[in-house]
Design a protein around this ligand. Structure first.
Ligand SMILES: [Zn+2]
Length: 82
């Protein structure tokens, strides 16, 4: 991640997750972002602060509901991390 890179973050003015540009960094961490929709700058919120789920969270939730609704398969080891 570098200055000027595009990043998804939550914009309090747009009240949703929008495309942002990185405008300030502290070391390797993104510090400030600028919303590419309304051009407002704010601290990087790590894409949090809204009730919308990120694509990853939505995917995990769908996956959990799918695997939870299927009958258990005793022979298959679970909880393995990839
Ligand atoms: Zn905005």
């Amino acid at each position: 991640m570098r200055l000027g890179d595009y990043i998804d973050d939550y914009c309090s003015r747009c009240k949703r997750t929008t495309d942002h540009s990185v405008v300030s960094m502290i070391g390797e961490a993104v510090s400030k972002t600028r919303c590419r929709t309304c051009e407002s700058e704010h601290k990087f919120r790590h894409n949090k602060g809204n009730k919308e789920m990120t694509a990853r969270e939505a995917f995990d939730k769908v996956l959990a509901s799918v695997t939870g609704s299927q009958p258990a398969v005793p022979e298959k080891p679970k909880r393995r991390k990839k």
